[in-house]
Design a binder for this molecule. Structure first.
Ligand code: UT7
Length: 337
């Protein structure tokens, strides 16, 4: 980012669909139990959108709340991080922008699965740094319930639906809320570890009952154990690199990491040297909400008092791609909407 101009967080909003599915609810329909899910993941429940809802509905709610929190009624661009767009084409962001009454602003989707929000933040920050925008609305929204195999206990136990958003404005690098160092990375050799096998150009079969060859698989699949190991290694390395780049010699005050699994969060915190009680944790109540995970955890940590203005904050995420990222900042005085 050029000296003298930084992207500054000035608003935060979230939205969760009202319907809650507990572990006990899941154990009524799947071979699982509250004990297994809690002890292996830390998750106790998740929110699930009604079938009438699409990702744009969640994104509009969170985006509108973020703009209210920032006390603004216009932005120059909308960046929507999602893996579950309303439709494969077009992008969902233009619809979200128009439903928010933002007129003809730039609007596009970013796909980096569970790291999507941090990629979206970096994109928005870049638009501000280069003078292409004064204000950007960055939203992370996903309805993973729409892509999960109803019979797959290993994914249904983990994922939930939700949305979170921030407003970025042009400001100074030394202000609270100014985004600091970013580290973004990817490793496509692991692209099969988190994948929806069918429905894209690699395997475009539309009708699972009439496959061209073999079985079409339109559902989200995850190789849990490999993903677990990669998540710990990549987030740890990325977090350390970001802290070095920004010049922090002591651990941050708060870690907001992608809410995939409590065991992953603790492993990353231990390796980076951050106390476990300095980690934001809301996965017990919302599960893994993919691109919405970081902003939902930011809001939760702010409302609980864990994250306060002036705190040195480290955010880190990992997910499909494989893709990962981290970002630092000093937390600003924002009231989540
Ligand atoms: O958001 C993107 C990043 N995602 C992640 O970081 C997720 C990373 N992975 C994980 O969190 C964990 O790997 C899981 C929670 C997905 C799975 O936990 P695990 O301890 O790695 O279990 P596993 O996949 O090795 O499975 C062990 C056993 C298997 O049974 P068998 O083959 O040993 O008989 C699974 O079928 O646990 C079984 N299992 C379950 N049992 C009850 C898997 N899911 C469940 C379930 N309830 N929900």
């Amino acid at each position: 980012m050029s000296a003298g101009r930084a992207a500054v967080v000035c608003g935060l909003g979230t939205w969760l669909p009202p319907r809650v599915v507990t572990n006990d609810d899941l154990s009524q329909v799947l071979d699982t139990s509250d004990e297994w899910i809690r002890s292996r993941t830390g998750i106790g429940q998740r929110h699930v959108a009604d079938p009438t809802m699409a990702t744009s509905d969640l994104a509009v709610e969170a985006g509108g709340r973020a703009m209210k929190s920032a006390e603004v009624d216009s932005v120059d661009a909308v960046v929507l991080a999602t893996t579950t767009p309303d439709r494969p084409c077009p992008a969902t962001a233009p619809l979200v922008a128009s439903r928010l009454g933002l007129g003809t602003v730039a609007a596009f989707d970013v796909v980096a699965v569970c790291t999507g929000f941090l990629y979206g933040l970096a994109t928005g920050a870049g638009m501000i740094a280069t003078g292409g925008a004064e204000r950007v609305l960055v939203i992370g929204a996903d309805t993973f319930s729409t892509i999960l195999d109803p019979h797959d206990r290993s994914t249904r136990a983990i994922f939930g639906d939700g949305a979170g958003a921030v407003v970025l404005r042009a400001g100074q690098p030394d202000e609270d809320g100014a985004l600091g160092a970013f580290d973004l990375g990817s490793d496509g050799t692991g692209s099969e570890l988190i994948v929806i096998p069918s429905g894209g150009s690699r395997d475009p079969r539309r009708d699972p009952d009439r496959p061209a060859e073999g079985d079409a698989d339109p559902y989200f699949r995850m190789a849990g154990k490999s993903v677990f190991r990669n998540a710990v290694e990549r987030m740890t390395a990325s977090a350390r690199k970001t802290m070095t780049d920004v010049g922090w010699s002591t651990p941050p005050d708060v870690l907001v990491a992608h809410q995939a699994n409590l065991r992953i969060l603790h492993a990353v915190a231990d390796r980076v040297g951050i106390a476990r009680d300095a980690c934001a944790v809301n996965l017990d109540r919302v599960g893994n909400t993919a691109a919405a995970s970081i902003p939902l955890a930011l809001a939760d940590a702010t409302l609980s008092g864990l994250l306060r203005p002036g705190h040195r904050l480290l955010m880190t995420a990992f997910g499909g791609g494989l893709a990962w990222g981290s970002c630092t900042m000093r937390w600003p005085a924002v009231t989540p909407g």
